[in-house]
Design a protein around this ligand. Structure first.
Ligand code: SAH
Length: 222
C-alpha cells in the first residue's frame, strides 16, 4: 500500500529527535527509546484527526478534534510516553482518551492500556477507531478520570492528558510499587508543569516538577 504520509512521517521524526535532544534535561534522556520512537512512526496519526486536518496530521502540533478538544502534539505524546519508562509487560492507565492517539502509542510500548474519557461521543468514537485499527489491548470507558479505573489497578504507568489543579489522589493510590505517573499540574488553558509522580518499592511517593506544557483542563466533580 502506498503511504502518502511517508515524507511527513520522516520529517516529524527528525523534528522530534531534535526537540528531545534540546529538552534532554527535562526528559532524563537525549534520545527516545527505540520502542517509543517506533510507536510514533507506526501509529497512523491521520486516522485520529478529522478528514480536513489530514494535510496537517503529521505536523508537530496539536489539532482540533471537535467538542472543544484537541489531539496532543506528537512531541508531547513522545515525551510523556518516554517519561513513563515502560517495560513491554506494563499495564498503563491514561486519563483523557480524546481521539485515542496517545492510547494507541501506549498500546505499542506496553502490554495493556486502560483509558478514561469524560465526553461520551469521544469515548465511543475512540473505542471504535482503536478497534478498527487493531489496537486490541486498549480498553476505553466513559467516566471521570480523576477517579481512575480501580478495578484494573494497580498500574505501572499513569498518564494524565488534561491539566489537573492538583495531583489526583485516587490516581496516586492506583500506582503500583515502582510505578510512574506523568500529570500536567496547573490551571487549564494556561501554562502547567508536567509533573512526575513516583511510588518506590517501599511505597514512598516522590514528586518532581518538570517541563512547561499547555493542556485543556481536567474537568472533575471530585
Ligand atoms: N490523550 C489525547 C488528548 C486528550 S485532550 C490524545 O491522545 O490526543 C484531553 C481530554 O481529556 C479531552 O478529550 C477531555 O474531554 C478529557 N477530559 C477532561 N476532563 C476529564 C476527566 N475528568 N476524565 C476523563 N477525561 C477528561
Amino acid at each position: 500500500m502506498q503511504d502518502n504520509h511517508a515524507e511527513a512521517r520522516r520529517s516529524l521524526l527528525a523534528e522530534l529527535d531534535a526537540e528531545v535532544a534540546e529538552t534532554a534535561r527535562w526528559l532524563g534522556v537525549a534520545r527516545l527509546d527505540a520502542a517509543v520512537r517506533d510507536a510514533i512512526a507506526m501509529v497512523p496519526r491521520h486516522e485520529f484527526v478529522p478528514r480536513w486536518e489530514w494535510p496537517h496530521a503529521w505536523e508537530n502540533r496539536p489539532l482540533a478534534i471537535g467538542h472543544n478538544q484537541t489531539i496532543s502534539q506528537p512531541y508531547i505524546v513522545a515525551a510523556m510516553t518516554q517519561m513513563l519508562r515502560l517495560e513491554p509487560g506494563a499495564r498503563v492507565l491514561e486519563i483523557g482518551t480524546g481521539c485515542g492517539y496517545q492510547a494507541a502509542v501506549l498500546a505499542c510500548v506496553a502490554a495493556e492500556v486502560w483509558s478514561v474519557e469524560r465526553i461520551p461521543e469521544l469515548a465511543e468514537a475512540a473505542a471504535a477507531r482503536l478497534a478498527r485499527l487493531g489496537y486490541a489491548n486498549v480498553h476505553v470507558r466513559r467516566g471521570d478520570g480523576a477517579l481512575g479505573w480501580p478495578e484494573a489497578a494497580p498500574f505501572d504507568g499513569i498518564l494524565v492528558t488534561a491539566a489537573a489543579r492538583d495531583i489526583p489522589p485516587d490516581l496516586v493510590d492506583q500506582l503500583a510499587p515502582g510505578g510512574r505517573m506523568v500529570v500536567p499540574v496547573g490551571p487549564g488553558g494556561r501554562e502547567q508543569v508536567l509533573t512526575l509522580v513516583t511510588r518506590d518499592k517501599a511505597g514512598h511517593i516522590g514528586i518532581e516538577p518538570g517541563l512547561p506544557v499547555a493542556f485543556v483542563p481536567l474537568i472533575t466533580d471530585r
